[in-house]
Design a protein around this ligand. Structure first.
Ligand code: KG4
Ligand code: ZN
Length: 332
């Protein structure tokens, strides 16, 4: 079964053809980073307009790269949310229109589940149940992927997402957008490595918080004798990575999972990958960076797990998030 996956929830217009949820036939991504660099972040209206321009050429390129015609496709999958409303509408309506014109069914996909499903594109299929750590520009989520493939949310950020914290601190340090990669590169050049920044452990919960850490960096940067920028970047990265890897490892132990799955843009962070590998009690699955940041392949892979949710492109879209919150009673 061949599914075309379309993604437009934030600042990447992406399309990909994936066979049986696992075999990548093409992966085309038009990134808007250059466009948003000027403003130091995503301006939703600017993003939506850029999606509008890029979508048709990106879908065409994805079909060409996969050597597919429309007749070779069995369904169109599209990110239904969460994301920027204006950006989502572009992908959703384009996918709907294409599905209608080509007589194909539509599969709406949850963006967060999509990130996690990027792990199904790897050679080794993840073992379930799994603990998934989704860390992106908009989300920090600890999820349990149950044996039947359903998703339960254990916890997540109470304020800034991990990627958002990287982006904001990078900005404080005078680095470009997106901030994760340059901040991480600067951190690697630190020589002293003695500075320690706060860690919000929020013990007894799977939640995270990075706003206090961001304020601590702001105060340091504005102090009369700030440490070298590389030292601040290093201490910031250590603090975030320490909390995320420790929280993921503890949740994995407590839930007795068979594997840990990394996902989302921040999952391409080298230190985070190292530390999760060191600390996790079970096998860790980590997509290569190109599948960590937003892409259409993860959407097509996720759709394959939701074939029962196929709808007619003419049907009113009644979209429910696939990630369910764990009821409080099950928490100990
Ligand atoms: O998943 P993604 O492409 O978009 C969202 O769904 O949000 O994630 C983008 C985020 C940005 O905040 C970016 O700074 C961060 O991922 N990021 C990184 C790294 N590469 C990307 N953060 C830390 N280290 C990296 N190497
Ligand atoms: Zn994303």
């Amino acid at each position: 079964m061949r599914i075309l996956g379309v993604e437009s929830s934030c600042d990447e217009t992406a399309a990909s053809v994936v066979e049986d949820g696992r075999r990548l036939l093409s992966n085309v991504i038009a990134s808007q980073t250059e466009l948003h660099r000027e403003t130091g972040g995503v301006v939703p209206e600017v993003a939506a307009r850029a999606h509008l321009r890029a979508l048709v050429p990106v879908v065409r390129a994805a079909l060409a790269e996969a050597s597919c015609t429309w007749d070779d496709l069995d369904a169109i999958a599209v990110t239904a949310g969460p994301g920027l409303p204006g950006a989502l509408v572009v992908g959703l309506n384009a996918a709907r229109g294409l599905a209608y014109a080509r007589g194909l069914p539509l599969i709406p996909v949850d963006h967060i589940e999509g990130h996690v499903r990027a792990n199904w594109l790897l050679e080794r299929e993840p073992e379930l149940p799994a603990l998934a750590l989704v860390v992106s520009g908009g989300h920090t989520e600890l999820l349990l992927v149950e044996e039947d493939g359903s998703f339960t949310r254990l916890g997540g950020t109470r304020d800034d997402a991990a990627g958002e914290a990287f982006d904001k601190v990078a900005r404080l340090l005078g680095l470009g957008y997106p901030g994760g990669p340059p901040l991480s590169a600067l951190a690697a050049t630190a020589t002293e490595r003695r500075l320690s920044l706060p860690r919000a452990w929020l013990r007894g919960s799977d939640d995270t918080s990075f706003s206090g850490l961001k304020t601590a960096v702001l105060q340091l940067v504005q102090s009369p004798n700030p440490p070298p920028r590389a030292e601040i970047a290093w201490a910031f990265e250590e603090s975030v990575v320490d909390v995320l890897s420790e929280k993921a490892a503890r949740a994995a132990e407590r839930e007795s999972v068979a594997s840990v799955l990394l996902a989302g843009g921040v999952a391409s962070n080298r230190r985070l990958r190292e530390r999760v590998l060191e600390r996790a009690p079970v096998a860790v699955s980590m997509p290569p960076p190109i599948f960590c940041t937003d892409n259409g392949a993860m959407i097509a892979a996720a759709a394959f797990a939701h074939l029962d949710e196929m709808v007619s492109p003419q049907a009113p879209l009644d979209i429910h998030p696939t990630v369910k919150r764990r009821p409080p009673a099950r928490r100990t």
